[in-house]
Design a protein around this ligand. Structure first.
Ligand code: GRF
Length: 216
């Protein structure tokens, strides 16, 4: 059973999706720790409801990224974390941290990477006029939203969509594919080798690696 650390900054709905699937027995992992960089993150209360230990690791004034990440790393190791899920964690991790945790950090991004990395991906998608967007779970490397892709789900972008509507449609798929990707890694079916995601061929009961959700 892999010990999971989940890093959040806000509402924590992806964290809840993962914790629900762990509770259901669908992920071979146990939640070891939830860390937030913000004491006011609503996700912290939700983690308490699952009886998962939580920590606030707030940046100190003038603290460098490397020093912050050292404190984060210490906390994660103290709780025996083996696999990290970034779930709306709004800090960029230092190359030193990523190096130390290489192949053991996952992230979800609300766009079909490599399109629309960085901030406000749903807004970027609407501005670009794409007709399909979605979400991506990937291994984290030192680039922003650039690591090897594990799973993606696509959704239509409707003429009438505003940012909130598109974000909600994408979020529904995030909650579906993030737990699936965590299980792929926790179970050893997916591995990170030299910057690539190596995924064992799927048996008939395995979920597909990409999903398109057609317009209703
Ligand atoms: C999600 O859209 C996720 O893809 C992005 O930040 C948002 C976090 O939402 N990285 P939540 O905190 O999981 O509800």
């Amino acid at each position: 059973m892999k010990r999971l650390g989940i890093l959040i900054s806000g509402r924590g709905s992806n964290m809840v999706a993962i914790l629900n699937e762990i509770r259901r027995g669908a992920i071979d992992a146990q939640p070891a720790l939830v860390v937030s960089d913000r004491a006011a993150a609503p996700g912290l209360q939700k983690a308490h409801a699952f009886a998962v230990p939580t920590l606030v690791v707030a940046p100190e004034p003038g603290e460098s990224r490397v020093d912050y990440d050292l404190r984060l790393d210490r906390a994660l190791r103290e709780y025996g974390v083996e696999l990290i899920c970034l779930a709306g964690f709004m800090r960029i991790l230092s190359p030193q941290f990523i190096e130390r945790w290489s192949g053991r950090v996952l992230n979800i991004h609300p766009a079909l990477l490599p399109s629309f990395p960085g901030l406000h991906p749903q807004r970027q998608a609407l501005q670009a006029g794409v007709k399909i967007s979605g979400c991506t779970v990937h291994f984290v490397d030192a680039s922003v939203d650039g690591g090897a892709i594990l799973l993606q789900a696509a959704v239509p972008v409707l003429e009438t969509d505003d940012e909130t509507q598109l974000a909600a449609r994408i979020l529904e798929q995030e909650h579906r594919i993030y737990p699936l990707a965590v299980q792929m890694v926790a179970s050893g079916r997916a591995r990170y080798v030299e910057g690539k995601a190596i995924i064992e061929p799927q048996g008939s009961t395995q979920p597909p690696r990409s999903v398109f959700v057609p317009p209703a």
